[in-house]
Each structure stands twice: as structure tokens, then as C-alpha cells.
Design a binder for this molecule. Structure first.
Ligand SMILES: Nc1ncnc2c1ncn2[C@@H]1O[C@H](COP(=O)(O)OP(=O)(O)OP(=O)(O)O)[C@@H](O)[C@H]1O
Ligand SMILES: [Mg+2]
Length: 288
């Protein structure tokens, strides 16, 4: 219990995690940049908010003065589309960087309308990459090799993974310092997390000893249902402090931003969703 100004003791205010609400410190500004911390946004379950979180956490980190590069590693190209990039007809995308040694990163790199926020887009070409890479030497390291020239230029590189644990996702895990696992706040979402942790452990053991789980991000939380609260209790019970204090609630504003082709932090800067992703960015800075 906390003592208040009037000398009375009151129960601390609770956050959506069910833990006491914590004031997340505002990140200090920085005056030099790089080398990048690489983060994989990863969950083999579809529709859990990986792409939404990559775009909006990336934009919030950029607002805090961090130089951010987002990498679309999903042939659907939702990250690229969500940032307003006409990705279907691009000649050079992340696909070329993975399979063609002569492709240059400058050709694949796009600046967005947001200061400090760049992106390497993807399109359906990427769906051929897994098959093409499979017989290559160092097939798990293709993305790490492609990103090496720009590591010094960015503070954060965030890789938006496709909903699978295949070779593309393993490439993301191989070049990452940490994983953020967005999970939809429903009972069935808990099921796949053991397999995902197992994959992260294997990659850490065999290919990338730096790899850590930075945090579990609960998304699509519905304030109106007991189900959301029950699932949240279970998630905190299982994963403890690895669960971010920041919880992303369900709101129609996110689907709207996809149509607008820009992050919620610029499209609706005062909205609750924008505030939540700023809090998440602050927590990520605190943890990395
Ligand atoms: N907090 C939220 N509230 C409401 N809708 C959301 C929220 N977050 C994401 N969405 C919507 O849910 C859908 C899935 O989100 P998103 O594309 O980010 O998930 P994903 O994990 O990247 O999916 P996939 O596995 O297909 O790549 C999208 O239509 C998105 O706009
Ligand atoms: Mg996605």
C-alpha cells in the first residue's frame, strides 16, 4: 500500500496487467546513433498485432529521437502497405537483399513520411526466398549479412516476421538481439507460445547466443470482457516480469490507420493507441 499526500494509505492503482500501475520513465534524448539493437517481432500465430506493433512502436521510437529501420519480412507486405508504400511493383525489396549478393541496401531502402523512420519493403517475390535459400551455405544468416552495412546508422532495426517459424523467421531471429512476442489476449493464443519459446531457445543455443526475449506484449485487449482479464492473469502467472506493463487495447483506430497508410502516432497522435505505443517504446528503451 502506498502513502498518499493526505497521509492515508490506499491500494495502489492497478494497470491492465493486474500489477500496480507503474510510471514508465520518459526516455532520455541521445546525440549519437548506432550501433543498432535488432528486434524480431515474432509469433507464428496470425493476426496478433505483429505488423501493427512494428509500425507503431517503430514510429514511437522515432519520436523519441531514435533512428529506426523497419524490415518487412512477410511476403504479404502489410508493413510496407501500412506505411503507404506501393510495394507490389518495386524492383528491389528485401527479397533481393536475401538472395542476390549484388543487390544494394540503398536501392531497397525507403524513407517514410515520419522523421527518423525508414523501411525495407517486401512483396510477394519474398515467398520464393525460403526455397531459394534452403540449399545455400549460411542460409540462416542471409538477413544478418544484408543488414550489416547499416547497423551503424540506426538505433533500432525491427523485423516484422510472417506468421510462421520457417527459414525467414529463423533469419530474423539469427540477426536479432531480442524478440518481442505480441499475443492476442485470448485463451487459444497461449497455446502456441511454448513452441515459439522452444524455437527461440534452439536459435539461441545453435545460431545466436545473444538472443533474448525482450518481452511479451499483450494486444487486442478488450476492456469490456472478463475473458481478457482472465487470460491476462494467466499470462502474467506464466511469464511474470517478461510481460510488458504496456497493454494494447482493442480499438477500430488501428484498422483505420492501415487504410490511412501511416502510424497511429501521427494519424491520431492524441489517441489512446498512440499513447500505448509510446509507452511500449519507452519500456523497450528501458529494457534494451
Ligand atoms: N489493438 C488493436 N485493436 C483493433 N484492431 C487491431 C489492433 N491491433 C491490430 N489490429 C488489427 O488486427 C488485424 C491484424 O493485425 P496485424 O496485421 O498487426 O497482425 P499480424 O500479427 O501482423 O498478422 P499476420 O500474422 O497476418 O502478419 C489488422 O487488421 C489490424 O488492423
Ligand atoms: Mg503481419
Amino acid at each position: 500500500m502506498a502513502e498518499t499526500n493526505d497521509g492515508l494509505f490506499r491500494e495502489p492503482e492497478m494497470g491492465l496487467t493486474g500489477r500496480p500501475l507503474r510510471k514508465i520513465p520518459t526516455p532520455a534524448s541521445i546525440d549519437s546513433h548506432g550501433p543498432a539493437t535488432v528486434i524480431a517481432m515474432c509469433n507464428q500465430k496470425g493476426g496478433v498485432g505483429k505488423t501493427t506493433s512494428t509500425i507503431n512502436m517503430g514510429a514511437a521510437l522515432a519520436e523519441y529521437g531514435r533512428r529506426v529501420l523497419l524490415v518487412d519480412l512477410d511476403p504479404q507486405g502489410a508493413l510496407s502497405a501500412g506505411l503507404g508504400i506501393q510495394h507490389e511493383d518495386l524492383d528491389t525489396t528485401v527479397y533481393n537483399l536475401l538472395v542476390d549478393r549484388d543487390a544494394t541496401l540503398e536501392d531497397a531502402l525507403h524513407h517514410t513520411a515520419i522523421d527518423n523512420l525508414d523501411v525495407i519493403p517486401a512483396n510477394i517475390d519474398l515467398s520464393a526466398a525460403e526455397i531459394q535459400l534452403v540449399n545455400e551455405v549460411g542460409r540462416e544468416q542471409a538477413l544478418a549479412r544484408a543488414l550489416r552495412p547499416v547497423m551503424k546508422d540506426y538505433d533500432y532495426i525491427i523485423v516484422d516476421c510472417q506468421p510462421s517459424l520457417g527459414l525467414l523467421t529463423v533469419n530474423a531471429l539469427c540477426c536479432s538481439d531480442g524478440v518481442i512476442i505480441p499475443m492476442e489476449c485470448t485463451y487459444f493464443s497461449l497455446r502456441g507460445l511454448a513452441l515459439l519459446h522452444d524455437t527461440v531457445d534452439k536459435v539461441k543455443d545453435r545460431l545466436n547466443f545473444r538472443l533474448e526475449v525482450i518481452g511479451i506484449l499483450v494486444t487486442l485487449f478488450d476492456r469490456r470482457t472478463n475473458h481478457s482479464r482472465q487470460v491476462m492473469n494467466r499470462v502474467v502467472e506464466v511469464f511474470g516480469d517478461r510481460v510488458f506493463d504496456t497493454v494494447i487495447t482493442r480499438t477500430v483506430r488501428f484498422p483505420e490507420t492501415t487504410v490511412a497508410g501511416e502510424p497511429i502516432t501521427s494519424w491520431a497522435p492524441a489517441s489512446e493507441g498512440a499513447r500505448q505505443y509510446r509507452d511500449l517504446a519507452a519500456e523497450v528503451i528501458e529494457r534494451t
